[in-house]
Design a protein around this ligand. Structure first.
Ligand code: SF4
Ligand code: SF4
Length: 223
């Protein structure tokens, strides 16, 4: 027996008698025909999606500090952010006026987005969320760029977070919200972030500025 004939003969032995494959195929067909159909009647019946489905990205713009981290981390460069700086006068005599970023445009091009979720993971201020909503197909590809107002509207479709483990610790946000205002860490803000250490004289923010809560890199819009 030659080397080439060996595997061919073994395959023939495994296939069984002539017509066996056909009989097995017909058996599978008969089994499938007798099963109940599981066709989903979409769009008449909406699909039952898992709560963490990646349908569309929602923007909670009240939380956005225009730190640009999401736009920088996006591998597809499909997040467009414009902003300008606004001067906030000093609250106390001798203090320095502050500058803060004001969001002018926030858009995501869902024709480019690959739904990796990196922007949501990268956002340090909980301004981006997944919504399971997926019915936003368009005839014009340009309409897949969702501007700020549309991204904000998706927030209404974001499901509530899953319940906490009943045996787990009380979340610090709840502790902070339920404690009297005078006892709240971080100057009485919900979220309970501890107050910062006193700044060194001559530091970049010396002069008694209030804490903005901005991340490193905040205020570098347009770079
Ligand atoms: S999901 Fe990924 S690709 Fe889409 S906008 Fe966010 S970072 Fe970019
Ligand atoms: S990372 Fe978050 S806070 Fe920063 S610009 Fe993006 S959405 Fe806004």
């Amino acid at each position: 027996m030659s080397e080439r004939e060996g595997p061919r003969r073994e395959r023939g032995a495994a296939a069984g008698p002539p017509g066996g494959g056909l009989a097995r195929g017909l058996a599978v067909t008969l089994r499938t025909m007798s099963r109940r159909s599981v066709t989903r009647q979409y769009p008449d019946v909406p699909p039952d999606l898992p709560p963490r489905s990646r349908g569309v990205i929602a923007l909670f713009e009240e939380n956005c500090t225009v730190c640009m981290l999401c736009a920088r981390e996006c591998p597809d460069w499909c997040i467009y952010i414009d902003s300008h700086k606004e001067t906030i006068p000093a609250r106390e005599e001798g203090a320095r006026a502050r500058q803060r970023n004001v969001l002018d445009r926030f858009a995501i091009d869902f024709a480019l987005c690959m739904y990796c979720g990196i922007c949501i993971e990268a956002c340090p201020f909980d301004a981006l969320f997944w919504s399971p909503e997926f019915e936003y197909a368009e005839y014009d590809i340009l309409d897949l760029t969702h501007e700020r107002d549309r991204l904000r509207d998706w927030m209404w479709t974001v499901p509530p977070p899953p319940a906490h483990d009943p045996d787990g610790e009380t979340p610090k946000e709840v502790v902070a919200a339920e404690s009297p205002p005078g006892e709240r860490a971080g100057g009485g803000r919900a979220g309970g972030r501890p107050a910062r250490e006193p700044r060194r004289a001559g530091g970049p923010e010396a002069g008694g500025e209030p804490d903005t809560g901005a991340a490193p890199g905040a205020g570098e819009a347009g770079e």
